[in-house]
Structure formats: C-alpha cells, structure tokens
Design a protein around this ligand. Sequence first.
Ligand SMILES: *Cc1c(COP(=O)(O)O)cnc(C)c1O
Length: 393
Amino acid sequence: MTTHLMNTYARQPLAFVRGEGAYLWDETGKRYLDAVAGVAVNGLGHAHPGLAKAIADQAATLIHTSNLYRIPRQEELADRLCALSGMDKVFFCNSGCEANEAAIKLARLYGHGKGIELPTIIVMEKAFHGRTMATLTATGSRKIQAGFEPLLTGFARVPYNDIEAVRQVAEHNKNVVAVLVEVVQGEGGINLLAPDYLAGLRQICDAQGWLLMLDEVQTGIGRTGTWFGFQHSGVLPDVMALAKGLGSGMPIGACLARGVAADVFKPGNHGSTFGGNPLACAAALATLDAIESEGLLDNARTQGEAIRQGLREALAGVYGVIDIRGEGMMIGIELDRACGELVGVARDAGVLINVTADRVIRLVPPLVYGAAESSALVAAVAGIVKHYLQQAA
Ligand SMILES: *Cc1c(COP(=O)(O)O)cnc(C)c1O
C-alpha cells in the first residue's frame, strides 16, 4: 500500500476490481451487494452497457475543448435538465461543492445587484454542502469546520424544518438574499423535510425577494423516485445544485437557475476549465436516457418502499431502532447508539452500507435494484442490526 496519499480518508481495507449492476467484486473475487453506490453516485449500477458505450464513443471522438467554444453536448444536456426540472438556465462544473459554490456566488451577486453590500444566506443545522471554504462554512457541522477558521461571513444558521426561525431572521436581518437547503439531508442523517416546509420557504422567499436554493446534489437525478426531490412538493426553487448521480461516476456538477436568478451571472463572473466538457456531458446524457428508458424513477420508488417496508417488518419491536425513514432509494435506519462498526460487519457479510451522523445507517443503492436485491439487502441489514443491538444491550 502506498504511503504517498494524503491522510484524508479513513478508508476500508479493500479495493474493488469490477462491478456489474448492483454488485461489486473485490481483489479476492468476493462479491458484494452494493447499497452505497459510490455515495449515491452510481444510479445505473456498475458497468452499465449504454453508459459505457456513450463514454467510449465520446472519448474516441472528443473529450475536452474548453468553454472558450460552444459545446453542443453541454447545450443538449442543459436543454434536457431544464425540460425535466422547470428551470431556465444551467452552469456546469465538476462536483457538488462546486455546484453549491456557484449557487452561493450567484446569491451574493444577486444581493449586490439589489444594493445589499453584505449579502447573507440562510443555511440549516446539520446541513452538508461540501468541503470548499464557502461550502464548509454553509455546512452545519463543527467537525467539518474545525481547524479551517477563519470561516466566511454572510451565513445565518437556523434549525432544519423550523419555518418560524426563518421568519425571525427575515424580521431582523435585512441582508438576507437566499435560503439554501437540502430536500432530504443526506450526510446529516437522512432527515426528511416536514410537509409544507418548502412551501413555507417559498412563500417567505417570494415575500422577501430571496432566492430559494436547493442543494439536490444527493437527492437529484432520480434518487428519491422523482427526477428531483423538490418534485414531491410541487414547489419550484430559484436555484438548484446537482452533482452526484448526474454523470453516474463521471465528474460533473450543475447549478440550475430560474427566473431572475437565471440571468444573474454575466461573462466573467464565473467559470470552470473542465465544467460541462463533452465527455462528462455524454455520461450525463446517457444517464438521463437510461433512467427514462429503464423506468428507473418508478423502480426507485417501488424498491425504496419495499426496502423500508421490509425493514419495518423485520425490525418491528426491536429495542434500539429509533426510526426507519427515507424517500425512494435514500433510506435511513436510526439507532439509539453509534453504529459505525456495522459497516465492517456488513462488509464481511458481503453487503456495502454506510453510516452517517454517528447512528444512522444510510442505504443509497443503485436505482437498478430488482426485488431480489431489495429483499437480500433487507434480510442482511435487519439481521446485522438485530444482532448488534442484542449483543450491545
Ligand atoms: C456530497 C454532497 C455535496 C458535496 O459534493 P462533492 O462532489 O463531494 O463536492 C454537497 N451537498 C450534498 C447534499 C451532498 O450530498
């Protein structure tokens, strides 16, 4: 093992050599059922033939030209994303934090355009928006911020799902220009929005002239069973950040905007060397094609519900299970205690899971799961959870 990698990750002691659909194989030939999907990235599963072909064809034709020139595949992708979401314009970048960074810059520029010199963005407790200086400042976790001070100014934090807290800020802080929120908090522990919370935010944003900005980096592109998480609510945002599932593993992020927000950036305000290059856009277009032609939105809803239902039945009455929740293929099992060690236990049993916020098992499987994978996941995870809670009690 090399000693020449910076020590930024607590990596698990294994490497995968190939994948197919919902499964991965390690160096010893052992097979794993994947319920991590590269952290909610590989929606199409592994080695998807249509995706692989689109990437290979594009690589053999043209990988990169830069945004000094028109990029037809980028224009096509922007059209598709806007048609699917109801947004008007797209800026392409390479990751989730960059998509949020673009949103933050857009909101600040929007504020300055209204004569607000110190524009402020309302952000949420337990939020996760990324690791750049602006996005880690927006993130609601001291662990992620500690040691990187000075943080940025221009953020006001409120509790998630507390509309009254947002109203209070509206009353006292005249510098607010936007609200940034995840429609389901991912890293924060699969925390769902309260019914009507987004509608409440929309109302305040409209009344105050603020931008409603959704971080759909994890929830976007079918993860919750609709193209975008906001589509469960009927509320349209002004700005939306996408990344994880968009390129199925090819790095690509996008910041979408609508209405006044769509025309805030002018030439010179923002940019990216790689952002939206032909190769990344080909992967994203192939991802959208596959989600459509394979009915993966319906499948994510059906299989996600089957997994939650199965877990609820298998774990009914088990002491220590606090909650089983989620939307589509974004599933959380909250326990009453820290459970990070279950990642290793599940791995030994041939199942890849993730634990976030200390005591929430996070399942974000590929959207291509069939009934067999869903029931195998339920059986394995329920067994591991029961054993752990009984043993530790
Ligand atoms: C993963 C994630 C990010 C950061 O994405 P990167 O590609 O790692 O920069 C931002 N917001 C949310 C909601 C995420 O889940």
